[in-house]
Design a protein around this ligand. Structure first.
Ligand SMILES: NC(=O)c1ccc[n+]([C@@H]2O[C@H](COP(=O)([O-])OP(=O)(O)OC[C@H]3O[C@@H](n4cnc5c(N)ncnc54)[C@H](O)[C@@H]3O)[C@@H](O)[C@H]2O)c1
Length: 363
């Protein structure tokens, strides 16, 4: 294993980039050498906050990719820009950490997959909860067989996303952001795949999807802000705020996942995993080995009950990305794997049109 220091370019210097940058600063094998944003002031601000002296600033991605000594790129732009960033980074032969959702359509995913394959570069897609310590403990218990054979899992993303998020003006618009599942529910979709597979670093393969979309919020201007705990007039949500998806996996596990941008409550991310020998609900385990074990037991770790990026385990994700580049190994969360997560919520979109179940894979 080399102890080379990998040069990093961060593209998109907004909210999530703060966490990418500080994780690179903490990784001895990485150095942020350039930051690119159409608003140069954002790039300068991120560098100043992180105490980065020796860093270049760009407002053009192709110029930034030509900066000397860049090995890898963090793509932290809004989701409708990801595809063009990935294609440019692949042309330049750079490894990539791509924020979620990776793309806005199956066609974009196809182009990105082909470009990454041709460039032979490493990718990690930002399903950051895979590095949550509680998720890791749960996966260890599943892999050890504590729950027996898995047969059902449920995950839900429940957050009244609104103008408390700086990216909301684009995030609320259908043309730029597609759906509630694409914008944020994708974390729950990916967690469902993660918990439906028995291996410690394995996500299950979906084979069929059926879904409904609904809710009451689309098009309305009076909306909730859970940070201010108040209602205000805001530009409306252009897609359905509630989606519920049923998934069949190739290993026989069934799953249900929802995204709820209409839940008037603080953020929650409940999860349930059922095996034929035990059950996990959030951080509680019930798996009796003897008749006297009749209580739920707590699994140590913090539940993923916050939408704040400072609460998410970006350090683990970034360290994993650098390790994949350094050791020339494919991530369990590379673009090819992450496409299977995206196919679930793009299949749901097809289902809303036809009312019929959709067979996967789609690509
Ligand atoms: N993994 C997570 O938990 C998590 C959390 C928050 C956001 N995200 C994702 O990260 C991405 C960015 O979200 P954010 O909240 O940081 O948004 P943001 O609006 O705070 O930041 C986006 C930045 O990109 C810049 N930008 C826009 N177009 C650009 C372009 N063409 N070239 C270069 N820069 C450009 C903007 O000026 C802005 O500084 C989204 O895909 C979002 O879904 C992930």
């Amino acid at each position: 294993m080399s102890d080379k220091q990998y040069g990093i370019l961060v593209i998109g210097a907004g909210w999530v980039s703060t966490q990418h940058i500080s994780a690179y600063v903490n990784n001895p094998n990485a150095q942020v050498r350039a930051i690119c944003d159409i608003n140069l002031e954002n790039a300068r601000q991120r560098a100043a906050e992180a105490g980065l002296g020796d860093v270049a600033f760009y407002d053009d991605v192709d110029d930034a990719l030509r900066h000397d000594g860049i090995d890898a790129v963090s793509i932290c732009t809004p989701q409708h820009i990801h595809c063009q960033n990935v294609l440019a980074a692949a042309r330049a032969g750079k490894h990539m950490l791509i924020e979620k959702p990776a793309a806005n359509s199956l066609e974009e995913l196809r182009q990105m997959r082909d470009a990454v394959h041709a460039a032979r570069v490493k990718t990690v897609v930002g399903f950051v909860l895979r590095w949550n310590p509680l998720f890791q403990s749960i996966k260890k218990k599943i892999a050890e067989g504590t729950l027996g054979e898995l047969f059902y899992a449920e995950t839900d993303y429940q957050s009244y996303n609104s103008d408390w998020w700086g990216g909301w003006e684009q995030g609320r618009r259908k043309e730029m952001s597609c759906s509630a599942m694409a914008v944020a529910g994708c974390h729950a979709v990916d967690s469902l795949r993660w918990f439906a597979a028995p291996g410690e670093t394995q996500a299950a393969d979906p084979v069929e999807v059926f879904a409904y979309a609904g809710g009451r919020r689309k098009g309305k201007t009076c909306q909730f802000n859970p940070v201010a705990n108040d209602w205000s007039e805001q530009s409306p949500l252009e897609y359905d705020g509630l989606e519920v998806i049923l998934v069949k996996f190739s290993n026989g596990v069934l799953g249900k996942v929802s995204v709820n941008f209409e839940a008037v409550q603080p953020y929650t991310f409940p999860l349930s995993i059922f095996g034929d020998r035990g059950t996990i609900k959030n951080n509680q385990l019930f798996a009796p080995q003897s008749p006297d074990q009749d209580q739920w037991r707590e699994i140590p770790g913090i539940c993923p009950d916050s939408s704040d990026v400072t609460h998410h385990p970006f350090q683990g994700e970034v360290d994993h990305f650098i390790e994949c580049v350094q050791q020339d190994i494919e991530s369990h969360c590379n673009l090819v794997d992450a496409i299977k997560t995206h196919e679930i919520f793009f299949a749901a979109q097809q289902c809303y049109q036809t009312g019929q179940p959709v067979s996967l894979p789609l690509l």
